[in-house]
Write a protein that binds this ligand. Sequence first.
Ligand code: AOF
Ligand code: ZN
Length: 339
Amino acid sequence: MSLEIHPEYMHRCIELAMKGAGTVAPNPMVGAVLVHGDRIIGEGYHRQYGQAHAEVECLAAVRPEDQHLISGSTLYVSLEPCAHFGKTPPCADLIVRQHIPRVVVGCRDPFPQVDGRGIEKLQLAGIETIVGILERECRQLNRRFFTFHEQRRPYIILKWAESANRAIAGAGGEPVKISHPLSDRLVHRWRSEEAAIAVGAKTVLKDNPSLTTRFWPGRNPVRVIFGGNTALPTSARIFSEEARTIVFRGSESSLDHVLSVLWQENLQSLLVEGGTLLHEAFLTAGLWDELRIITNERLVLQDGYPAPRWQGAYPFLEQRAGTDRIVYYHGTEDILPLY
Ligand code: AOF
Ligand code: ZN
């Protein structure tokens, strides 16, 4: 007879996994909890890329006096245990060796070398294996990793800042300060969370952005320029030493080509910062996973350069707003949300 499953232990796995944010990419964040009766006897998470997996950390945390309980415990883990020799040996083998009788898995691992093989190993060893507990939450946690492996492209976030009348720049496209310094810090944090960041060549010329994370402690993403050509001055900030820059010339700038190059480079996510033409290309192709729009309700830009539209319309954003794929951030000081 099967014992009951307690989703709150999977919640704990997710909470633990999140401690690996910023240090495990391009690996997924993973947490594990070992439960005997109604007591947690071990907890662990993947801490650092290339280091021990969550299951290994979890079992290593079991106190000597509890070791004899392992063969009567249930292991909860937010991602399917791995089945391959990567930088570390297979977690599924460890689970079998430790005689753990029951494993509750949050979601399947889409990584081609695992992809069901971990679950299969457990089942072949006679371990009761339950898959798909809090599956949506577990997939959301590693949404970049899942999109990357399942769709063979980076996870795509489109970001822009717009005025009350939905302009992103002056009439001729010249830069206008729309966001507040606090929301600029937020954007730098976003940059530090993604593997790559993209702009169009025209934006490089007009704004001379550096696309670094200088207002937030964190890694600089790889910078990607669409439609770059010899007209780009080598003195542009985007070519500074502090981060790598990949330039796609006009002829190489199709979305499919660029995304497949980023996929080959194992860059799992892309933050697209504009301009409007580039955003519209992604919107029209349906190649986006999140929109993050910073608004300034106090600023009206007469004859300003219009914010991105989709098939000539804007209202689709309203329709889909409120889903977690589209988020508005109020960019003026007094209403900036805490993040
Ligand atoms: C797990 N538990 O905590 C993690 C897993 O190079 P390696 O050996 O670190 O393997 C990386 C792959 O292992 C990664 O792409 C993903 O499929 C899986 N990650 N698996 O059982 C963990 N982080
Ligand atoms: Zn593993």
